[in-house]
Design a binder for this molecule. Structure first.
Ligand SMILES: Cc1ncc(COP(=O)(O)O)c(C=O)c1O
Length: 422
C-alpha cells in the first residue's frame, strides 16, 4: 500500500493544505515547510531536523518559541479555566497597564486577532464620523476582512478583488493610496474629503518588507485627517512591543485617534485589542449603538499571557539592546557579503527587524518597489537557505525577525549560510 506524505494528507483535508496561504510555499514555489516542534530560536521539521527560525510566527515571538517565563506554570494560569464570558479584574488591570504605555488608547476592547481589532476599529471610526470612506495604503496588511484585503501587502494575493470575494459595495468605500506619498493621498481626497471616515496606516510597515515612514508622511496624514474631520488609525499589530513598550506612535511622535495592537502582546496566545479616544470609543454598545463582541474576548488565559509579556519586558529592559545588537550584527554581515559579491541590494535594519530585497537600489519606499523585487531570485535563495537549515519567510514581502532567543552564534551560522547561498 502506498504511504501518503504529510503534504498529501494536508492537501487532502486542509483547504490548500494550510490555514494561511503564505505557509503553503506558493510565494517561493517550494514545498510547504511542515513543522513538528520548536525551541528557543529553532524550528524543527517533521523529521526532527533543526532550523534557525527567522519567521518567528510572522511577528509574535519576540522572545523566541519557548521562553521559560511564558511557558512555565501554565496550569496555574488556567487553574480557573480558559474562558469565562465575564469581565474580570486581570482584564481591567491589563487595560490599565496598556494605557500607561499607549495613552492614546483611553478606552479599549480586547479581541482575539489583529484582523478583528482592525475590523472593529474601522467600524468605530465609521460610526463616530457617520461617514464611510476609508483610505488605506497599498502594501499595508491589516488582516483578512473584506476592506483590508484590497491591494494588501504581506502575502495576501487579492489583486482581482471580484474573484477574491470582496463585494463591489465594499470597494466603493475604500481608496488605496501609495505609502510615503502625500500627493497620492491628496489626489484621492480631492473631491471626497467630506466622505472620509478614517485613514488607516501601519506607522512603520512590516508587510511589504520593512518600510519606515519618510519625514513628514505621518505628520501629513495627521494634519489631513484633522482637517477633514476624519480619524487616524495606527495599526500597531506588528509594531507595538517590537519597537518598545510605547510602540511606534512614541517613536514617530504622533498621536492617533485609534490604535490596534496584537501579535507580540499574547506571547504566542491569541489576543489583540483596539482602542482610542474616550469620545470615539463611546460609540460602542452598551453606551452607543455600534456592536463588537466575542466569546473569547478578554479570556483569562490570553489576558494572563499578556501580563507575562509585559512583566518580562519590564523586568528585562536590556532585551531590546540585546536584540538590536544581534540584528545589527546580521545586517552588517549581509552588507559585507553584498560588498564582496558586488551585489547592488540595500539592507535595512531597525531594532530586531532585518530585511533586504532582490531589487537594486534604494530600500523599499512603497508597494511599487516591493513588487519590483525579483521573486524568482528570492525563491531560489529561500530554498538554498532552507537546505542549510535556515528558515526564512516563504515570501519576499515578509521580513526577518530576530528574537531574544537568537544568539551571536546563530547569527554567524546564518551569515555563513547566506554567503554560501548567494
Ligand atoms: C499590521 C497588521 N495588522 C493586522 C494583522 C492581522 O492580524 P491577525 O493575523 O492576528 O489577524 C497583521 C497580521 O500579519 C498585521 O501585520
Amino acid at each position: 500500500m502506498e504511504t501518503k506524505t504529510t503534504l498529501d494528507r494536508a492537501l487532502g483535508v486542509l483547504a490548500g493544505g494550510c490555514d494561511s496561504p503564505v505557509r503553503s510555499g506558493w510565494g517561493v514555489s517550494a514545498p510547504m515547510f511542515v513543522q513538528s516542534g520548536a525551541n528557543g530560536a529553532y524550528a524543527f521539521d517533521e523529521h526532527g531536523k533543526r532550523y534557525i527560525d527567522y519567521i518567528m510566527a510572522y511577528g509574535p515571538l519576540l522572545f523566541g518559541h519557548t521562553h521559560p517565563a511564558l511557558v512555565r506554570g501554565l496550569d496555574e494560569l488556567v487553574a480557573g479555566g480558559f474562558v469565562w464570558g465575564c469581565t474580570h479584574p486581570e482584564e481591567i488591570r491589563l487595560a490599565e497597564r496598556i494605557r500607561a504605555y499607549l495613552p492614546s488608547m483611553e478606552r479599549m476592547r480586547f479581541v482575539s486577532t489583529g484582523t478583528e481589532a482592525v475590523m472593529s476599529a474601522i467600524r468605530v471610526a465609521r460610526a463616530f464620523t457617520r461617514r464611510n470612506l476609508i483610505l488605506k495604503f497599498a502594501g499595508n496588511y491589516h488582516g483578512h476582512f473584506d476592506l483590508a484585503l484590497l491591494n494588501a501587502g504581506a502575502s495576501a494575493h487579492t489583486s482581482d478583488a471580484k474573484a477574491s470575494g470582496i463585494p463591489e459595495g465594499v470597494m466603493r468605500d475604500v481608496v488605496v493610496a501609495r505609502y510615503n506619498d502625500l500627493s497620492s493621498v491628496d489626489a484621492f481626497l480631492a473631491d471626497r474629503e467630506a466622505e472620509l471616515a478614517a485613514i488607516i496606516v501601519e506607522p512603520i510597515v512590516g508587510n511589504m518588507g520593512y518600510v519606515p515612514p519618510e519625514p513628514g508622511f505621518l505628520e501629513g496624514l495627521r494634519e489631513r485627517t484633522k482637517r477633514c474631520g476624519a480619524l487616524l488609525i495606527f495599526d500597531e499589530v506588528i509594531t507595538w512591543l517590537r519597537f518598545g513598550l510605547h510602540g511606534a506612535q512614541a517613536r514617530v511622535g504622533i498621536v492617533p485617534d485609534i490604535t490596534t495592537i496584537g501579535k507580540i502582546m499574547g506571547g504566542g496566545a491569541p489576543i489583540a485589542a483596539f482602542g482610542g479616544r474616550e469620545e470615539v470609543m463611546r460609540v460602542l454598545a452598551p453606551a452607543g449603538s455600534t456592536f463588537t463582541g466575542g466569546t473569547h474576548g478578554g479570556n483569562p488565559f490570553s489576558i494572563g499571557m499578556a501580563h507575562r509579556v509585559i512583566d518580562l519586558l519590564e523586568a528585562h529592559p536590556e532585551y531590546y539592546a540585546q536584540m538590536r545588537s544581534l540584528a545589527e550584527r546580521l545586517a552588517a554581515g549581509i552588507r559585507e557579503i553584498f560588498r564582496e559579491r558586488d551585489l547592488p541590494y540595500a539592507v535595512v535594519q531597525t531594532e530586531s527587524i532585518v530585511d533586504f530585497k532582490f531589487r537594486p537600489g534604494h530600500p523599499n519606499r512603497n508597494y511599487d518597489d516591493a513588487v519590483a523585487a525579483d521573486k524568482s531570485r528570492y525563491a531560489e535563495y529561500y530554498k538554498k537557505m532552507l537546505a542549510r537549515a535556515i528558515l526564512l519567510p516563504p515570501s519576499q514581502n515578509e521580513v526577518m525577525f530576530v528574537s531574544t532567543a537568537h544568539t551571536a552564534r546563530d547569527i554567524d551560522e546564518t551569515l555563513e549560510a547566506i554567503r554560501a547561498s548567494l
